[in-house]
Ligand binder design. Sequence first.
Ligand code: BV8
Length: 349
Amino acid sequence: MVALQCQYIYNTSKLTFSRNLPKLQYQSRKMSTSDQPVFTTLRGDLASFHNTIKTSKRVLALCGAGLSASSGLPTFRGAGGLWRTHDSISLATPEAFARDPGLVWQFYNYRRHMALQATPNPAHYALAELARKMPGFQCLSQNVDGLSQRADHPRSQLQLLHGTLFDLLCADKRGCRYGRVDFTDPVCPALAIPTSGVDPTSTQARHQATPTALDISNASIPLPSLKPSDLPHCPQCKTHLLRPGVVWFGEQLPFSVLETVDSYLADDEPVDLILVIGTSAQVYPAAGYVEDARERGAKVAVVNMDSGDVPAGGWREGDWFFLGDAAVVVPDLVEPVIGRLGRATAGEA
Ligand code: BV8
């Protein structure tokens, strides 16, 4: 049985990120890390956390879909877990692409479209500012949505563990090795997302800037089945299809990223702190970095909307747990280092 002293949960839909909200109450709580009634006191008080981050030099952040949730992008756990009738994770595999590249491309073109419609939230900006203020900070992101990059997060301190939706690579990664950065939406005409089909001569159409794209994650919206000839091909080898520059399950993470993280962890200097932000920490090797950081002396602070999402390896005495929306909590957590976010990046009009 887990004794939880409930904290404020901010429901982003109501939240206007306006700063005149009462300061979030940060309290400690007792949590058990397993079904044994062993209580570990999890700190939730901002003061003790601020004391630590103020004196920290080497800090890691492991980020997941929850970081971008309040930018309107579905998480894998949440609505994003199922795309039409398909389990998203099953579509994120080389096997699925080999079996039905049209379907996989409709999935990724849709996620590119959604990500391009979204905007970074205060947590993305706060982490970018932390990188500028703390040379020893590295953000390890599992997100492929490009929002940290659009928040101008310094690239040398942003490790895209699972790639990005906005790189297009030749599917023959070892042979042809072609790749380009690409923000076109749709990626090719055949992948255009069907729109509301409002009669262009109607008054409604006259008031509608651009016809709204239909939510094709909903299986009731018919989608054409596409032939490989409809899909983007590699302009270099002119043989293979292009694929999104993301890491699929069963594929190795980008070598340069693994190298950077491993050498950061191998440094003689200890790691002072790891922030675990909006991730269910179920996917490896990303989830393993929490324990790796602990082994190098790091204190652990978790920001999550769900107190059930225990970091891999479980809780330890002295860990922090901040229950709330990353877009609200993260700027508060790093304030001693970055100050208050400017109005523009704090999501305030
Ligand atoms: C590999 C890109 C080997 C594509 C992704 C060890 C043990 C067990 C399994 C394995 C293991 N090692 C490897 C494996 C296999 C596999 C794996 O981990 N499987 C899992 C399912 C058990 N790993 C791999 O296949 C990796 N490759 O191991 O290669 C190899 C070695 C040599 C040579 C060849 C191969 C590759 C894994 C990468 C897969 N690609 N993404 C795409 O996006 O389409 S993973 C993808 O899913 C994401 O990137 C992310 O990593 C994961 C989703 O997790 P989260 O981001 O955490 O999202 P989730 O929805 O689950 O959770 C959201 C959280 O946010 C929740 O906690 C929620 O409460 C919270 N939240 C919600 N709203 C908010 C919030 N928090 C704060 N504020 C809010 N507003």
